[in-house]
Design a binder for this molecule. Sequence first.
Ligand SMILES: [Ca+2]
Ligand SMILES: [Ca+2]
Length: 335
Amino acid sequence: MRHRRRGSLLVVTLWLVTMLAVLAVAIGRFLSREVRLARYHTVRQQAKAFARGGVYLAMERLRQDAEQDEVDWLADDWASPTPSASESAWLIDVPSAGSATAQRRGTLVIRIIDEERKFNLNASGEAPADPLAAAARRLLSGLDVPSELAARLGDYIDADNEPRDPGGLESDVGQPPSYITKGGPLLSWSELLEIPGMAELKPVTLGALRSHSSVFLGADRHVNVNTVHPDVLVALGFSSNSAQALQLCRNNGTVFTDQATLLTTLEACLGADGLTSEETTLAGTYFATVSNTFTVVSEAVIDDRSPVRARIEAVIRRTGCPSDAEACIVAWVEG
Ligand SMILES: [Ca+2]
Ligand SMILES: [Ca+2]
């Protein structure tokens, strides 16, 4: 009898020990996962903080640039042709916290892209007969955006309720479900994707649209002659030859320094017979030599067990800021 009781006690004890061991392993795994998550969260917050710092560094650099000279061109040390360009990116090593030897722990990559080398996409909302609306249609067509979508974009922005050809989009026409157009300019790229059909464009087309046009230029319709993309010139009405010649001239070091000498520099660049009278008018109407709106892409990578990344895309303006500030942020997307 005593033996049987002792045996039962042993079984219960073994069972309890086994259960405690299983519990200990489960708690250990749970704590280990929590520690890993907490560590990832901390490193991610560090990466975000560095990326945010990158935007403020870029802002300060642009402010200093405005003090140094009154011309902006692609040879400016801040300038990066596209958000993915590896050349002319600004690279900063992120040191390890508390490291006496400033050991590298990650990298901050900052790119600054001049928005005034692009076409103001909100000019799509000008009256259909306006030269800028025609320029918008040419640009969009050249980027493989169907003409129906170009008409929808114009109707989304314009204040009237007259549908454009072909297949425009207005609030008071068409079959249900009804669609309310904005009747004002786009303020962000996400707004563009709200227009029916735009989100179905191929990523490569949307990428080309972003590299050739801007939604951040407000009412300013100028392009910077020192940085403008040749495709944008062709959309504005320049011949392909003139656009290429201008780019060649810039590549060879020509800088358009001010508005007063802009046309003579252009003639010296393309030759007296190189410009038609229409192109001379276009240059006088749309060319500027400075830029005031810039996209900043700031990407931080912290080397942890695996790389932890944070990316911020912000738009900085150097004019029209509240309280006479020298620069301000008008768009901010964290990813
Ligand atoms: Ca309309
Ligand atoms: Ca409209």
